[in-house]
Design a protein around this ligand. Sequence first.
Ligand code: SF4
Length: 332
Amino acid sequence: MQKKILEVDNLHVSFSTYGGAVKAVRGVSFDLYEGETFAIVGESGCGKSVTSQSIMQLLPKHSAVITDGSIRFKGKDLCHLPEKEMRAIRGAEISLIFQDPMTALNPTLTVGDQLTEAILQHRDVTKDEAKKAVISMLELVGIPNPKERLKQYPHQFSGGMRQRIVIAMALICEPEILIADEPTTALDVTIQAQILELFKDIQRKTGVAIILITHDLGVVAQTADRIAVMYAGKIAETGTRADIFYQPQHPYTKGLLKSVPRLDLDDADLVPIDGTPPDLFSPPEGCPFTARCGYAMEVCERVYPVKTEVSAGHDVCCWLQDERAKRAILSS
Ligand code: SF4
């Protein structure tokens, strides 16, 4: 049995805006286990990045607030940790990779200096020991001639190589959890595949647990062990990769799968999900997918569906899973 290393329980996050409070995350719960890749998938604005920023405690201070819930890591609730303690965890125990490598790297410092500095901030090692660790980390992420290349600046690397350096930066202190927020969106398809393969390789070698945040189901098809599908600030369905790709139960998950290009289908077979997600200033009481769902029933609009365990570890929030709805469908 894998050990649980992070527990997110009933997380609620709101943003204050001139138009009122936006309820961006509304009761998200999930566990992360040692050495696994857990993907959070959903359309832009569904709350997936806000969830990852909450784990890192990197939400914009003046506009965002965690209104309820907890994020437990090593017996501590990160939501209530003093910033000084959180700073010691960030980078050293939980690391974050952003979408755009250029924003994560300092263009005025060599790659070697930036990586060495990151180690010296968190570890009690000499400069020489730090430099050796930097060289082996650059080797691990597939940078050729690391001894020479650590003297170069970020702009001297290609986009794919820069993303490898950002990954090296995130891993340099050997964190237990790596959060990758749309890590391949800025890259072309070939480089994207190489970076995803690199994540798997690093995981095999280091045992790091990865939270992969993406809008693209194609990205998780090869890499994720478990997947949570988010919609309008809530998790609609959670399951293993096989559950989500071969036994999807939630109409939104099914819609997402039909809208992803596949090698065995023509582009003409792609079906986009009509409509738009609900306004999160005043989210609906019931299922937020009601307005876009071809199966919506009267109850869907009024009451949020209870979570149903379809099989071990495969949970769905949809009234279609309710026995009464199943009986009604069978008898119609
Ligand atoms: Fe559709 Fe109702 Fe299920 Fe929501 S609860 S996904 S509206 S059937």
